[in-house]
Design a protein around this ligand. Structure first.
Ligand SMILES: Nc1ncnc2c1ncn2[C@@H]1O[C@H](COP(=O)(O)OP(=O)(O)OP(=O)(O)O)[C@@H](O)[C@H]1O
Length: 256
């Protein structure tokens, strides 16, 4: 579904990504982890076509990302970043409805099916009670759920998430990631997400990529990537790693 080959990326003349290569399988959940400033967001922006690599290639469904028209890309790819929702008084319903726009022709207004779809998604994301509330009055967690709902309305094949659990308490972190998982299971959606929380990344992602100073340190399952020596070197701290008592995936315990 996505092949990244030997990507070098400069931003404002500054080298950020250094020979990054990896593949993402259709229907999988791929996590990008790494310390602050390691290049995670830049990598996501390169995948979404926001930046064009200085060298190397990013192929999505067999074609280079920058060869897609903006509309075609919006039909296939949804991007959810910290700044993805505006802060003006537009209702939750209308915001989620905007997710349908890439599927409409330029002269076409949204139809009954689009409106029904939005209500269905509001129900799924537990947002029906906020249907007429405006974005500028929502809490951080509610805004995050609206952003996911808008992405769902877009019906993408690839979903890019930049720190989707920021602003969420632990209950909402889990319910948001479970929602993404259910959506994935039902639609074959592919997900690439940047996560700071290594324990959530370990539990929810099929593959992890550990990035450090713009370079790939390791790609593999959580058991292959969430390792004491590797994290010590990259995060400059000394964590303890224990298996999750239910799922056996590695979990990180921080010491002082
Ligand atoms: N527009 C820009 N101009 C100059 N430097 C930039 C720009 N965008 C990113 N950088 C630099 O690129 C490096 C990587 O930034 P990026 O946001 O990709 O890292 P990150 O891993 O997502 O960090 P964080 O975990 O803190 O969000 C940083 O040193 C940052 O200062």
């Amino acid at each position: 579904m996505l092949q990244v080959e030997s990507v070098f990326q400069n931003v404002n003349g500054k080298p950020i990504l250094d020979q990054v290569s990896f593949h993402v399988k259709k229907g999988s959940c791929f996590g990008i982890i790494g310390p602050n400033g390691s290049g995670k967001t830049t990598l996501l922006k390169s995948i979404s076509g926001y930046y064009r690599p200085v060298s190397g290639t990013i192929r999505f469904q067999g074609k280079e990302v920058h060869e897609f028209s903006r509309k075609k890309l919006a039909q296939k790819m949804a991007v959810l970043s910290q700044e993805s929702l505006p802060n003006y008084p537009i209702t939750v319903f209308d915001t989620v409805l905007m997710g349908r726009y890439p599927h409409l022709k330029w002269y076409q207004r949204e139809g009954k099916k689009d409106l029904e779809k939005v209500d269905e998604i509001l129900e799924l994301t537990s947002l029906t009670h906020l249907r007429e509330q405006t974005l500028d009055t929502l809490s951080g967690g509610e805004r995050q759920r609206v952003a996911i709902a808008k992405a769902m309305a877009q019906e993408p094949e690839l979903l890019l998430l930049d720190e989707p659990t920021t602003y969420l308490d632990i209950g909402h972190q889990i319910s948001l990631l479970k929602l993404v998982k259910t959506w994935q299971n039902e639609s074959g959606l592919t997900v690439i997400m940047v996560l700071h929380d290594l324990n959530l990344a370990s539990q929810f992602c099929d593959q992890l990529l550990l990035l450090h100073q713009g370079k790939v340190v390791k790609i593999g399952s959580s058991k292959e990537v969430i390792k004491k020596d590797m994290l010590e070197k990259v995060y400059e701290t000394i964590p303890e790693i224990i298996p999750h008592p239910k799922t056996d995936v590695p979990q990180v315990i921080l010491g002082i």
